[in-house]
Design a protein around this ligand. Sequence first.
Ligand SMILES: [Zn+2]
Length: 309
Amino acid sequence: MSGVGRSADAVIDFHVHPLTRVMGVERLVRDVVEAGVETAVLLALDLDPSYLDDREKGTRFLESCINAGVGFSARILEEVRYILDAGRVSNEEVARIVRENPGLFVGVGSVNPNRGVDDVRRMLRDIDRLGLVGVKLIPTLQFFNPLKEKRKMEIILEFCEKNDKIVIFHTGCDPLVWESPELSRNSHPKLLEPYIRGFRNVSFILAHMGSYSARFPGIWFRDAVELGKRYDNVWFDVSAVPYILTMREFADVVSREIGWSRVLFGSDYPVFAGESIKSILDYVRSAAVISESDLWRVLHDNASRLLGL
Ligand SMILES: [Zn+2]
């Protein structure tokens, strides 16, 4: 909202993880306010730390680690369990933080397509009842291939269409073992095309613009841009990849092929390289190679339009 009484440089941060298991809500609120963020979108993550305890799934996962050249050790399973445990945030928790800090946050729920159909439906009803504005899906940490979970994907997207919710997909690699593109292949943007085409009334936000990878920055950037060119219900956030705004090799492609009206600022706080929201914003503001007005759309106006704020 660019309405009366708002600070002229207030920002909407579209990608924040309220990791209540590793940090307090007070600190989250302080960092958001200190950064001059007007509204932060809090993402739930429906993760299952015991997923790989199942002998067959654990063995299959370790085999894919070997094939991807990541190695083989019991420690990998321990590390994955830790990340899934530290990263999970329930829909109820997100709704509570939103409720207890009026005006500061907007909440997005999450549902893991590995759950049974009845469970998925129940969680979607919860997401609606709790006033959350969308559904976050992360094929890496939720261990699913969007094309193989057709039935549940359709249930989720029909829910979004009917209830006017957005859907946010993690795209690109992820930290730890998922830095291996092979292990992150379920988060390739191209897997979403049939759904993007089939649900034209649902806004799909491709988090990280297909680009996050420590080893190969911009790994599936081109594929993400292609989807944006073909479908106007595709949006992007630049969380964990702020260089899309600061490096010409990326920014020029966006300017030329899709423009900046569907690109959203996100910090990925607090999981992005230990950076504060303020430090990421300072970097973006000082180094962006796009026009002031385009940057302002990315930092504020596009998110405001999408969320109807
Ligand atoms: Zn994230």
